[in-house]
Design a protein around this ligand. Structure first.
Ligand SMILES: [Zn+2]
Length: 305
């Protein structure tokens, strides 16, 4: 029996390893289009806005695989070299992709149009100890994502003016969808009895601010930052005082602390997706940023009403 169990574990491990290799290989990242006009984006929300606006007029690459936690990701030398062949490079900024500073100069020398999509957004400070650390999760608020889409749209018409009408039509339809999403969340949040969300990492600051909610994150801006026992006890106390019965978890963040808190308050966990990534399977199923946000809204309604 033990022999079979060991064999089973080895099979499981090898599946995981194959999975990782596939995820880490640039050739397997979402690539859309087959034209010479190349747009490189860093992680999913940047890919989403570029793809919605440029559609088949560009080949769009998402550098950071969706199954990979994007905060600590760094490009290989090969990827850095490949980036120089792009026409437009889109990153979120606000401290999300700290490695970009290292390559800006060489991209500029290669005439790559660089778009920091979060430029112009009022950044909020994170809860971490560093004074200069801003919360990079701008895209989690649909209102911010609209501003980020505008920056991407502006770059597209500047670099490829010939197709400006095409881009404008796509941009407008994206904004309409995001406006509707924003209105639906705004309307629903007026009925929230509880105005606090306990999240697995500090990713919902902009979202919470937009809809009048307070975020209590278990982990820091980067999911690597773990809470102290004192902090966990403090969160449990706060949940009890505010009649909170649900603790939110994210797909790529270890739920162990969320589970501990949910157990202590005799409550449960629910998913709240910060849209850092979307698997290829989810994309094939027709999921995108807006469907993730509607899933979030359903869970917020369950937890907060
Ligand atoms: Zn994050």
């Amino acid at each position: 029996m033990r022999k079979y169990l060991l064999a089973f574990i080895i099979i499981l491990l090898s599946i995981t390893i194959v999975g990782c290799n596939e995820g880490g290989n640039i050739e397997n990242n979402p690539i859309d289009g087959n034209t010479d006009f190349k747009i490189y984006t860093t992680f999913y929300p940047m890919y989403f806005i570029a793809d919605e606006i440029a559609k088949e007029k560009a080949s769009i690459v998402q550098l950071i695989p969706s199954g990979v936690e994007p905060h600590d990701w760094e490009p290989t030398l090969k990827t850095m070299a490949e980036l120089k062949s792009s026409d437009i490079f889109i990153y979120n900024g606000a401290g999300m992709e700290k490695w970009v500073d290292k390559i800006t100069k060489s991209l500029q020398e290669s005439n790559v149009e660089i778009v920091e999509a979060s430029l112009g957004i009022d950044l909020i400070k994170g809860n971490s100890n560093h004074d200069d650390d801003y919360d990079p999760h701008t895209w989690v608020s649909p209102v911010n994502l609209m501003a980020q889409a505008k920056n991407v749209f502006d770059a597209l018409i500047e670099v490829d003016g010939e197709n400006s009408e095409y881009y404008e039509a796509n941009y407008k339809s994206l904004i309409n969808r995001l406006e509707k999403l924003h209105k639906d969340i705004s309307d629903a949040s007026k009925d929230f009895r509880i105005k606090i969300i306990v999240t697995s990492h500090e990713a919902f600051g902009y979202f919470a601010k937009e809809y009048g909610i307070t975020q209590i994150p278990i982990r820091g801006i980067s999911p690597e930052q773990e809470p102290s026992p004192a902090k966990l006890a403090e969160i449990v106390k706060l949940c009890r005082e505010n009649d909170i019965k649900y603790v939110f978890v994210e797909k790529f963040v270890n739920p162990k602390f969320s589970n501990v808190i949910a157990g202590e308050i005799d409550g449960d966990v629910l998913t709240l997706n910060a849209a850092h990534g979307l698997s290829e399977k989810e994309i094939l199923q027709g999921q995108d940023y807006t469907t993730l946000m509607y899933d979030n809204l359903r869970n917020l309604e369950k937890a907060l009403k």
